[in-house]
Design a protein around this ligand. Structure first.
Ligand SMILES: C[S@@+](CC[C@H](N)C(=O)[O-])C[C@H]1O[C@@H](n2cnc3c(N)ncnc32)[C@H](O)[C@@H]1O
Length: 385
């Protein structure tokens, strides 16, 4: 059973769990009775986690101190996997993958093609939503690593993912029995019959998608709407992709870019001009009192008079401290006035690329020879007139 497709309540032996150590330190680990998860804040025994609800905080006393270190144990989801996975390549982050999945109209009935697999970040998101994912990777080591990871996560044997070692630009997407693929392993699939992909959604995260696009006609669903997305960091790549999409009969072409932003909501103290003016007046008056006292003391010293009577007047707590200056004010303190504000978080993990979407119904492709003949006819007609 895939570790990513079902929610469960409690932490059990064998689960793939994620330790939330801090916001940018999330680590995957397998729950094994008797083992520990080690961090610089302490060593957390798996036995102390087993049976607890997911989301629990697990605390240990830090060695040689009275302090506690703690982690939260979370259930694996594609979103958390994306921020904790071992990077083998650039990856697609959740702001992009969530948008792409809905634009591809991906559902539990979808048959999705993905190339290349890379670090498998997007593959995990697809595997949760799609009916079947056919993922392709031409780098042998990356293929092996991704395959092992998918097996460990239950995405292959009991899941809905097929991974194939293939250069899709050169050899297309048809999976044959002679291929290095997870498809025939331990499955009841006929070992001599090529796989019918019949894909209705395609995601290409490749340096040269224009070389892969011409091969798609052989493997996409006929008489159904097929939606494609190409993920390209450069506008020059988009340009070449658009040209080939048009040539091969893809329509509804649109290029978008995701600009991920995170807004932090908080309260800000309301500062009125009158309050500021009163505070300035108060400061000036106090300063004046101090200056006059020092002047008197100086004169008395010159005249060798006793200065003992010149005691510092007790400082009354200022009335004009509207902004809590000099004291720590808790956000929302009812003694002050507050307004709700939002702040944009400066950085959010989102590998910015251009997303080019297109769709196709049936096997419509442009007959280049016919187009050239028609163009020639128009030119001939003009020159005869
Ligand atoms: C940027 S990574 C993909 C990252 C992936 N989308 C993720 O979220 O983890 C691109 C991958 O495409 C693979 N690749 C490049 N050209 C390919 C081709 N012609 N056929 C198959 N895979 C290819 C590369 O080896 C690389 O692993």
């Amino acid at each position: 059973m895939s570790h990513f497709s079902q929610y469960k309540d409690t932490i059990q032996p064998g689960d793939l769990a994620l330790a939330w150590v801090s916001r940018d330190n999330v680590k995957p680990f397998r729950i094994v009775p008797g083992e520990s998860f080690n961090t610089r804040y302490g060593s957390f025994e798996h036995n102390a986690m087993i049976g607890k609800p997911y989301g629990s905080q697990i605390a240990v006393r830090t060695k040689g101190s009275n302090k506690f270190g703690f982690i939260h144990v979370l259930q694996a989801t594609p979103e958390l996997w994306t921020i904790s996975l071992p990077h083998r390549t650039q990856i697609v982050y959740t702001p992009d993958s969530s948008y792409i999945i809905q634009r591809l109209q991906c559902t539990s009935r979808s048959r999705v093609i993905e190339a290349g697999t890379g670090s498998g970040s997007f593959s995990h998101a697809f595997s949760r939503t799609a009916g079947h994912l056919f993922s392709f990777e031409f780098h042998e080591v990356r293929y092996q690593q991704a395959k092992k990871e998918f097996e460990d996560h239950g995405l292959i044997a009991d899941g809905n993912v097929t991974i194939t070692h293939r250069d899709v630009c050169q050899d297309g997407f048809t999976i044959k029995p002679t291929d290095t693929t997870s498809y025939y392993e331990g499955s009841s699939a006929h070992p001599h019959v090529a796989v019918t992909l019949d894909a209705d959604a395609v995601f290409l995260d490749l340096p040269a998608p224009w070389d892969a696009i011409p091969h798609l006609d052989e493997v996409i669903m006929k008489n159904a709407k097929v939606i494609l997305c190409c993920f390209s960091p450069c506008i020059e790549q988009v340009d070449k992709t658009l040209e080939i999409l048009e040539k091969h009969g893809w329509t509804d072409v649109e290029t978008v870019e995701i600009q991920g932003r995170q807004y932090e909501a908080r309260r800000q103290m309301v500062r009125k001009l009158d309050d500021a003016l009163n505070r300035l007046r108060d400061v000036r008056e106090r300063k004046q009192v101090g200056v006059e006292r020092r002047k008197r003391m100086f004169t008395k010293l010159l005249n060798e008079e006793d200065t003992a009577s010149e005691v510092r007047p007790p400082t009354e707590k200022t009335q004009f401290n509207p902004f809590g200056k000099g004291s720590r004010v808790k956000e929302g303190d009812t003694k002050f006035q507050w307004k709700e504000v939002t702040k944009v978080e400066a950085e959010i993990k989102s590998h910015t690329s251009y997303l080019t979407f297109a769709s196709k119904i049936g096997k419509i492709s442009r007959n280049e020879e016919e187009v050239l003949r028609e163009l020639q006819k128009v030119r001939d007609g003009k020159s005869n007139n």
